[in-house]
Design a binder for this molecule. Structure first.
Ligand code: SPV
Ligand code: MG
Length: 303
């Protein structure tokens, strides 16, 4: 199935779609191997992997390049985190053209002004004007060529302490503008505000527009609990990167402290695992095929 169709089908299904963040080829490969349904090309992960803050520092092209690497490394559909759309409506138009052309299955834009700041930063989180953002969603929908390409509108009202009513009002506007899903983001330590929003949304006239959540701070909610809510998609946006950072930090510290790597050998992936993950066997398979084909050709040309 085409990746865009696949994502569309996941969103329309009755079961919870489980998505994990990635920032490069190997994180994308590992996500697929571990049974996730789709991949989130995370702005935070991609920025951090390149050594920059998640604050609209990288350009759209740099985020797109990373999303392309993620996409070509997996057969799963990729949803690209496109921050606040990289500028105004014309930037959004080009963004949809480029991401769709690259085979990305869907994009997500958030209702903050450019340049945006990561939602968990304590600095002021400035929301976009509701009508201006709804028009960004509209222009994104007008631009997509494949009707299955998914446009997710992300609400930052709870992040900006604007309350549930503001979030609900915005969600209705964005659903009306054509958003294929609503991502309600929260920095609360527990899931109550997100669940309250989900309950409200399930009674809205737009309740056929699926709900997406990112349980970074309210991590105690588990998949069994989520299965009993009206939420259709869960994104574990940055846990992979955080696990990698912790692993790299621990091991690099221990090497010098212990004057060698004996101490960490049973804690790190073997070289064999690395080879397996990146499909190294294909190299010898291709080489063997090439040699046998070449031999056949040589035999044919001998008189
Ligand atoms: C990202 O992964 O870049 C996100 C999600 O936007 S979060 O960082 O949790 O806000
Ligand atoms: Mg982001």
């Amino acid at each position: 199935m085409h990746k865009t169709k696949h994502l569309r089908t996941l969103l329309a299904s009755n079961s919870l779609t489980k998505v994990i963040g990635a920032h490069d080829g190997i994180s994308s490969i590992i996500a697929e191997k571990n049974g996730f349904d789709a991949i989130w090309a995370s702005g935070l992960e991609i920025s951090a992997a390149q050594g920059y803050p998640d604050a609209s520092i990288l350009t759209m092209t740099e985020f797109l390049n990373a999303a392309q690497v993620i996409n070509r490394s997996t057969s799963l559909p990729v949803i690209a985190d496109c921050d606040s759309g990289f500028g105004d409506v014309n930037n959004v138009r080009r963004m949809v053209e480029e991401y769709e052309r690259s085979g990305i299955a869907g994009i997500c834009i958030e209702d903050k002004v450019f340049p945006k700041r990561n939602s968990f930063l304590e600095t002021k989180q400035e929301l976009a004007d509701i009508d201006e953002f709804a028009l960004k969603i509209k222009v994104a929908k007008m631009t997509q060529q494949n009707e299955d390409f998914v446009i997710i509108a992300r609400l930052e009202s709870l992040i900006a302490n604007q309350g549930i009513d503001d979030a609900y009002n915005r969600a209705e506007h964005y659903a009306k503008a054509g958003a294929d899903a609503i991502l309600v983001h929260s920095k609360s330590k527990d899931s109550s505000e997100v669940l309250e929003f989900a309950e409200l949304w399930s009674n809205s006239e737009f309740n056929s527009t699926p709900l997406v959540i990112v349980p970074t701070t309210y991590f105690t909610i588990d998949l069994d609990e989520l299965n009993d809510t009206p939420i259709q998609m869960v994104i574990y946006a940055n846990q992979g990167l955080r696990a990698a950072i912790q692993g790299i930090q621990n091991s690099t510290k221990l090497i010098l402290e212990n004057k060698g790597t004996s101490i960490i050998e049973d804690q790190i992936a073997s070289v064999k695992t690395v080879f397996e993950l990146i499909g190294t066997n294909k190299v010898s398979e291709t080489e063997a095929w090439y040699k046998s084909e070449l031999e056949k050709l040589k035999e044919q040309t001998v008189f």
